[in-house]
Design a binder for this molecule. Structure first.
Ligand code: NAD
Length: 184
């Protein structure tokens, strides 16, 4: 018996390094998992390696509100529940000093790293009220200190910690834990 038997989860950025490792681990522990990424080929490669009985792919740009609502609805339709979510998709943006980086890069980093987490929380918290559960947001050590030449990324990873702490307070009454991981 795995520790996650009977549980269902969602992982964003599932085609990437951390997301795919988490997907394998969730599945080893018995969970059903919806694998979400905008990289369709990467998702397909990952899915080839995973048991179809426990995994499904959802190609989405997680900065899009309709897409995020859609992926949570898809998980509910497939599994009947969502117990866990790893809101993990993220981009670094471009390396450079603040004055050298176009504001469009800042906007894109904030959209992928922060807006997507807002959208994920907004879609997940209502459906997770039924059974409670756990949401983990992938922040970074860059969310805990300044990062010269990666200011937009650092700002975005600080921002999700505010979202995490606030959502944890909101979710507590419904038995929903919200945490972050802060990889180096
Ligand atoms: N790897 C590290 O050393 C490290 C360190 C600290 C924090 N992190 C954070 O961990 C998370 C995962 O990092 P990783 O190293 O696995 O990166 P990665 O680039 O391997 O994976 C990120 C995934 O997110 C997906 N993605 C990007 N934009 C998306 C969008 N708009 N919609 C849907 N999917 C999108 C990409 O296609 C990719 O598969 C990120 O949030 C990153 O900032 C990573």
């Amino acid at each position: 018996m795995g520790r996650l038997n009977g549980k269902a989860g969602i992982i964003t950025g599932a085609a990437g390094g951390i997301g795919s490792a988490a997907a394998r681990r969730f599945i080893e522990e018995g969970a059903d998992v919806l694998l979400v990424d905008c990289d369709e080929e990467g998702l397909a490669r990952l899915a080839e390696d995973l048991p179809q009985s426990q995994s499904a792919c959802f190609v989405a740009d997680i900065t899009d509100e309709t897409a995020v609502k859609g992926l949570v609805a898809d998980a509910m339709a497939r599994f009947g529940r969502v117990d866990m979510a790893l809101l993990n998709a993220g981009i670094e943006g471009r390396l450079g000093r603040i004055a050298e980086i176009p504001v469009t890069v800042f906007d894109q980093v904030m959209a992928v790293n922060v807006r997507s987490v807002w959208l994920g929380l907004a879609a997940l918290l209502p459906v997770m009220r039924v059974n409670g559960g756990s949401i983990v947001i992938t922040s970074s050590v860059a969310g805990l200190k300044g990062s010269a030449r990666l200011a937009a990324y650092s700002a975005s990873k600080h921002a999700v910690l505010g979202l995490m702490r606030s959502a944890a307070l909101e979710g507590a009454v419904d038995g929903i834990r919200v945490n972050s991981s802060n990889p180096a």
